[in-house]
Design a protein around this ligand. Structure first.
Ligand SMILES: Cc1cc2nc3c(=O)[nH]c(=O)nc-3n(C[C@H](O)[C@H](O)[C@H](O)COP(=O)(O)OP(=O)(O)OC[C@H]3O[C@@H](n4cnc5c(N)ncnc54)[C@H](O)[C@@H]3O)c2cc1C
Length: 407
């Protein structure tokens, strides 16, 4: 595999594979609790789903729209407060400095009967988590005489995922290693060797191994000789629109179904120009369309729901990306974080950025439930803990800041 044979093993408590929000949040949480944890990333940090996320810290809108509140919807309802505490530096991980793009996510209904009904459910079932805006508080995009709908402010902040990734990585200095994915060989569940980006071959012995590699989990499980847990991919075709657009729009447009017809978040490209990132039903149904047809559809949707908005001179691009999740019956979307352990390997899919804290909590409970304690607390075993000798972290840019995507 590498230039030189690996020498004696590096020992660690937990070896995490995957540097998206799940792996990084877990790394920071474990290290804070005294675990000797280390993370291996095969590409650039954030490269998978995390940098493509809209950054909404969901509080369970969709469950409310479906007209039911379940145990897992109550769990997700707790996430905005959990994140806000971290963002304020009052809880670990300390996310001071992460950019909050908006303190609220908005929900707006158009004049269609289905849309008004969903707005009614949202207002009734999410009492305390939503409030109806007075017209003077409307975001710029709705300040028009022709707007006849209603706008609710949801208790869901929207964050900049690049600053989140940078902050989380900075909380575990030296503990993130870039390595070559094809060099990874498992002797058994917790003993493996790999080649670092520097070319150095290393052998590791961990007490537990965590796969938090999003869509990469399936391959990692296969490398470790495992057949499950099974994964599903849900493809999305997102749309980016760049130009003279209002820069403060973070909103779901309610349609007749449980899923928002359109979800819009606002960002800036490398030159500071406003980019609207469009998801929701548009992106789910858009996978059946060509890029050109999807852009035509997005333009038509914006014309339908914000008819007074000028789209002159707006540039368009599509972005194909899969959501990676534990397999569900009939490919349904899971509504909670997923963590499962089998013989020393833990597999994690947070299923939402917002649920990364819950995934980390669940994983740490499983470690405690297995009778494990951080090495330091267990009195140490006299092994060397030189695991955090990693170099600089390479973080992937946000998609709308990659100029080649606009060509
Ligand atoms: C378009 C889109 C919009 C979304 N918007 C939101 C939102 O607004 N709010 C929300 O809560 N959720 C949102 N999500 C969901 C959210 O982005 C994901 O649930 C979350 O980012 C998953 O994080 P992760 O760390 O598990 O995986 P990922 O972010 O996919 O990270 C996996 C990492 O593992 C690395 N990797 C892959 N293979 C290997 C390997 N063999 N070894 C080591 N590393 C490997 C990858 O390079 C990557 O860095 C959105 C998802 C998409 C696709």
């Amino acid at each position: 595999m590498a230039d030189a044979e690996p020498t004696s093993p590096h020992h660690c408590d937990v070896a995490i594979f995957g540097g998206g929000v799940a792996g990084l949040w877990l790394l920071a949480s474990l290290r804070h609790a005294g675990w000797d944890a280390v993370l291996f990333e095969s590409g650039r940090v954030g490269e998978g789903q995390t940098r493509h996320a809209q950054g909404i810290i969901h509080g369970g809108t969709k469950y409310a729209l479906a007209g039911k509140l379940t145990a897992s919807s109550e769990a997700i309802a707790a996430m905005p407060a959990r994140w806000r505490a971290s963002l304020a530096g009052e809880a670990w991980p300390d996310l001071t400095g992460v950019r909050v793009l908006s303190t609220h996510q908005y929900l707006w209904s158009t004049r269609s009967p289905g849309s008004r009904l969903a707005g009614f459910f949202a207002s009734r079932l999410m009492r305390g988590r939503t409030h109806r805006l007075d017209p003077q508080d409307y975001p710029e995009a709705f300040r028009h005489a022709d707007f006849r709908g209603q706008i609710y402010a949801l208790d869901e902040p929207v964050i900049d995922t690049a600053s989140l990734l940078d902050r989380l990585a900075a909380l575990s200095p030296g503990c993130i290693h870039h390595y070559a994915a094809d060099s990874l060989r498992f002797d058994d569940a917790t003993h493996f060797e790999l080649r670092l980006r520097s070319g150095e071959a290393r052998r590791y012995s961990a007490r537990r191994v965590v796969f938090a590699a999003g869509a990469g989990n399936a391959e990692l499980l296969a490398r470790a000789g495992r057949e499950g847990p099974a994964m599903q991919l849900r493809p999305l075709k997102m749309v980016m629109a760049r130009g003279q657009l209002p820069g403060d729009l973070f909103a779901h447009c309610l349609g007749a179904s449980v899923n928002p017809r359109l979800t819009i978040t606002s960002h800036r490209d490398a030159a500071g120009e406003v980019v609207w990132y469009l998801g929701g039903q548009l992106a789910e149904e858009g996978v059946a369309r060509s890029d050109g047809a999807q852009i035509d559809h997005a333009r038509a949707e914006l014309r339908a729901v914000l008819p007074w908005l000028s789209l002159d001179g707006v540039e368009w691009a599509t972005l194909d990306i899969d959501r990676a999740e534990p397999r569900q019956a009939r490919g349904r979307r899971p509504d909670d974080a997923f963590v499962a352990e089998e013989d020393g390997i833990l597999t994690v899919w947070p299923t939402k950025l917002a649920l990364a804290p819950r995934a980390a909590d669940q994983l740490m409970s499983l470690l405690a439930g297995a009778g494990l304690a951080p090495r330091g607390q267990a009195g140490g075993r006299g092994e060397q803990h030189e695991t955090c000798d990693g170099g600089a972290v390479d973080r992937a840019p946000l998609p709308w800041q990659e100029e080649q995507r606009w060509k």
